[in-house]
Design a protein. Structure first.
Length: 365
């Protein structure tokens, strides 16, 4: 299955729960964007408003190559400020004010409309799988958006292991497209010559510029350079590493019980069950307070050993703000209002933190 290339072929609308009023510290805005990452959109919005990007909050990260709608909150701006923003491929609808900023608890889920190219075999598989997925749900893997090209997980691994230079190297030398790849080669060939690298950094690489600006003044302080990346994004790096370990452990857990079909994700593979399978209800995402008991604990222990780490490593001594206790995640999730037109269009609703691409891959197994 291949999702079609036009932006209107992947539409995501946030399902949210927010209450607004006529006055308050935060302006709540419905942001609709096309072909923008959430982080880059936030950076440009802050620049237009002439405020720090830390004053702009959001509940969830949305896809780039799509048309997406989500609520953001902005500290200390007025309705007329919001309505004066003009940015290409973005629309803004002022919702009202609140005394609290937007947070993950405001996000209930997402509504999707997706168009895909499907082979005759895939259409047949979808028809066969629809009833099972409606009954059992599908495996709640973290999807490819969590991992970028695989770089997010590698940066997270470097952070928790305290190898900050390795983390900075991934940030500065892992990009796509002709301009990005040319820059990557220059970075690796001129490592340590921060002023020279700064002269050729592409305009669209904001985090990279912040890292380089710090390194020019502090040439070997890679931990300090990483701190110039926004804390929410650094947390995403660590979460991506935890998520990859969880995905791999769940895949091996499922493989131990039933026949599987493997799919590629950035940096690793995931296994989809062919038929019904029973798993423990809540599976540990690794963190320093996680438990390695039960059936799943055995598989999680194997993955941690393969990484040559223990759970305590997620208590990040050099960056305690990135420490993670761990959490649990349901192995299967249900989908609401799942529809397939028999040809190319899907419509469905998913809870927060659940990935549409994983559902679509599950349907074609």
């Amino acid at each position: 299955m291949k999702i079609k290339q036009a932006f209107e072929d992947f539409v995501v609308d946030e399902i949210f729960d927010v209450e607004t009023k006529d006055e308050g510290k935060y302006a709540f805005v419905l942001l609709t964007k096309t072909n923008w990452t959430t982080q880059r959109a936030i950076m440009q919005i802050a620049r237009r408003l002439r405020v720090s990007k830390v004053r702009v909050h959001y509940a969830g990260i949305k896809d780039k190559r799509a048309i997406t709608s989500q609520v953001i909150s902005i500290l200390g701006v007025k309705k007329e400020d919001v309505e004066g923003i003009v940015l290409k491929d973005m629309e803004f609808k002022f919702l009202g004010y609140s005394d609290e900023d937007i947070h993950i608890g405001n996000l209930l889920g997402n509504k999707f409309k997706v168009r895909a190219d499907l082979t005759a075999t895939e259409k047949k598989n979808i028809k066969n799988n629809l009833s099972l997925i409606k009954k059992q749900g599908f495996v709640n893997y973290f999807g490819p958006q969590r991992f970028s090209s695989g770089s997010s997980s590698r940066i997270g691994r470097a952070i928790v292991k305290g190898d900050f230079e390795a983390g900075v190297k991934v940030i500065l030398s892992d990009h796509h497209g002709p301009e990005g790849e040319e820059f990557d080669k220059f970075v690796l060939n001129n490592w340590g010559n921060w002023k020279d690298i700064m002269k050729v950094v592409p305009r669209f690489l904001g985090n990279e510029k912040a890292v380089l600006d710090y390194l020019i003044r502090n040439p070997t302080d890679f931990a300090g350079a990483l701190r110039n990346v926004a804390k929410p994004l650094r947390r995403i790096f660590v979460h991506a590493y935890q998520s990859e370990i969880w995905n791999r452990a769940v895949s091996k857990y499922i493989e131990s019980k039933v026949k599987v079909k493997w799919f590629d994700l950035p940096g690793h593979k995931i296994a989809f069950p062919v038929g019904e399978v029973e798993l423990e209800n809540e599976l540990e995402i690794p963190g320093y307070e996680s438990k390695l008991d039960g059936e799943f604990g055995k598989f999680l222990s194997v993955e941690l050993k393969s990484e040559e780490i223990g759970l305590e490593i997620f208590r990040v001594q050099s960056m305690p703000e990135l420490s993670s206790r761990g959490a649990t995640r349901e192995p299967f999730v249900k989908v609401k209002n799942l529809k397939f037109d028999g040809k190319e269009w899907f419509e469905f609703e998913l809870g927060k933190g659940v990935y549409a691409t994983v559902l679509l891959d599950s349907l074609v197994v």
